[in-house]
Design a protein around this ligand. Structure first.
Ligand SMILES: *[C@@H]1O[C@H](CO)[C@@H](O)[C@H](O)[C@H]1NC(C)=O
Ligand SMILES: *[C@@H]1O[C@H](CO)[C@@H](O)[C@H](O)[C@H]1NC(C)=O
Ligand SMILES: [Ca+2]
Ligand SMILES: [Ca+2]
Length: 285
């Protein structure tokens, strides 16, 4: 969640410098980093998929609050903040998505339709949820990104691949954790867990697994990872790893649409006795 905070801080900084120049134009959405080609480099965050809450943040600069009512408002995916006639901030659907000619920017929706960009998907969802005539149909109220890139025929995950997948996933999680430690992107708490993972082989996979589970459980941090919260690992990996979807579906053994730490440990084939909730309370905010 540190990354989210970081992103917000950056966006905020940009906005403050922006407002002077562009007083009437309040663009608030972030560009997504294009998905990387190599699984070991995939780095994962999805501010866009955060539930569409409109949160006026409490902290911040009084001056910009006066000059720009939108400065404190975070509109969800597919929306931007605009000031209405009464000078009140309003979240409205993004009027225009950037024109994307790059095929890399394409995304495949849950309805197996290719869209030009993630912005276009969230814009469509916003239109449908606000009764806009450009909505293509009721079913688009719940449209979301299934994976990055154009829609394609997904190769089936065969039994042998599935059997090997937990090991590859554990490896991958540890490598991301290590990379983030190298780049000093972990909180002190998780950095310590990473050190422990480096020095104690029995803690290697478990610490990485616990860390990622805590990291995913952000919205809300209720010690269980919902389908929605899985998006940051699911969508970028789908295009590269055709086993990720069946793997994640399998994790939810009791089929309650949430993954507990115990379920997460089981599907990564970790020893239950090594798994304990060690989430960093501070990072989970
Ligand atoms: C999704 O669309 C792609 C490309 O149009 C097609 O090849 C594939 O079979 C479709 N997948 C499903 C599950 O319908
Ligand atoms: C490594 O971790 C295991 C499991 O937590 C623990 O029992 C063991 O004492 C640790 N070994 C060392 C050398 O710290
Ligand atoms: Ca959660
Ligand atoms: Ca479950």
């Amino acid at each position: 969640m540190k990354t989210h905070i970081l992103v917000l801080v950056v966006v905020f900084a940009i906005l403050i410098t922006d407002t002077a120049a562009e007083r009437r134009k309040h663009k608030k959405y972030r560009k997504k980093v294009p998905p990387s080609e190599d699984i070991s480099n995939i780095e994962i965050k999805s501010p866009e998929e955060v539930p569409h809450v409109e949160v006026p943040s409490e902290t911040g600069d009084k001056d910009s609050l006066i000059s720009d009512p939108c400065a404190q408002v975070y509109c969800g995916a597919g929306k931007i903040c605009q000031v209405d006639e009464d000078d009140e901030p309003q979240c409205v659907c993004i009027p225009e998505c950037p024109v994307e000619s790059e095929p890399r920017r394409q995304v495949c929706s849950n309805m197996n339709e290719t869209w030009t960009s993630d912005c276009a998907v969230y814009q469509q969802r916003c239109w449908c949820n606000s009764g806009d005539a450009r909505c293509r149909g009721d079913e688009y109220k719940h449209i979301h990104i299934e994976y990055y890139g154009m829609c394609r025929e997904m190769r089936e995950c065969v039994k042998e691949e599935m059997e090997d997948f937990p090991r590859r996933m554990r490896d991958w999680l540890f490598n991301i954790m290590r990379d983030m430690a190298d780049r000093k992107e972990l909180t002190p708490h998780y950095l310590e867990m990473e050190r422990e993972a480096e020095s104690n082989l029995t803690r290697r996979w478990t610490n990485a697994a616990i860390w990622k589970w805590c990291d995913l459980d952000g919205n809300p941090p209720d010690r269980s990872v919902s389908r929605h919260e899985l998006f940051p690992i699911r969508a970028p990996l789908m295009a590269l790893e055709h086993c990720i979807a069946p793997f994640l579906n399998d994790c939810d053994k009791d089929d309650n649409h949430k993954i507990s730490l115990e379920e997460w440990g089981k599907c990564l084939e970790l020893d239950e006795s090594d798994l304990e909730d060690r989430c960093d309370q501070i990072a989970g905010q």
